[in-house]
Design a protein around this ligand. Sequence first.
Ligand code: AMP
Ligand code: MN
Ligand code: MN
Ligand code: MN
Length: 278
Amino acid sequence: MINADLHSHSTISDGLLTPTELVRRAAELGVELFALTDHDDISGLAEASAEAARLGLPFVSGVEISVTWETTTLHVVGLNIDVENAGLKASLVEAREGRRHRAQLMADDLTRVGITGSLEGANKYATNKEMIGRTHFARFLADKGIVSDVKSAFKRYLVKGKPGYVAHEWMSLEHAVHCIHGAGGVAVLAHPGRYKLGSTPMRRLLSEFRDLGGEALEVVTGNHTPDQVRHYSGLAKNFGFAASRGSDYHGPGESYTLPGRLPPLPIGLQAVWEMWER
Ligand code: AMP
Ligand code: MN
Ligand code: MN
Ligand code: MN
């Protein structure tokens, strides 16, 4: 099986490497099919795909869309999308405007616990000023010495129940799938093991995603334990989803899983990349 890695982040969202650096890193590590999937932004794809072409690395244009489903934030990866699609682009502009609004509220919340200047601070870590996220706040908090590292910034400040966390209404699941399909892409539910959903809500989510035309489940990701890989492999088979594989790499020092350094897809699953390859 080819070494496909179909989930990663560059400085266009909350990754640490530029699209060019990221593609080079993936090629060095032996990745044979690579997708850049920045959060709510596709402006890194032209640069990434040009570098991939230069290196002879087969490249897939992707995006990771933030979604609110019931009360849960989900991520849906769109793969093999047309980067010129107007509908997708417009919806991502809206998503990023929502991020800017949330960032202001997060900063206000942090001010209330005595942490000032976090919006300007976080913005310094956002190479792409349009795409501001919690990771940029986390880097600010860590570099300021308020917490020891990015992980603890999330633990102490940026997750539900902590100061700095602001609930946000993202795009609906239906709209995300619709945008991805409108751009000719395939919709993949990212890292299902990360959502704190019990088995009944998870099945409800998978049924709904399937009914909306969602095609695949990210069975192998840097976030899954071997047990979770087995579990979601079973669910992919039961629900008739294809399977994806992606490291969710964010850069040196912030991701345990390097590009392409993942277990293979379990046997008996349809690889998502077969849906557009050949
Ligand atoms: P946002 O989309 O701005 O809410 O930020 C989500 C991003 O924050 C994820 O894609 C991860 O990169 C990062 N993240 C979320 N939770 C954690 C965590 N516990 N530790 C480190 N990074 C995290
Ligand atoms: Mn991220
Ligand atoms: Mn994600
Ligand atoms: Mn991701």
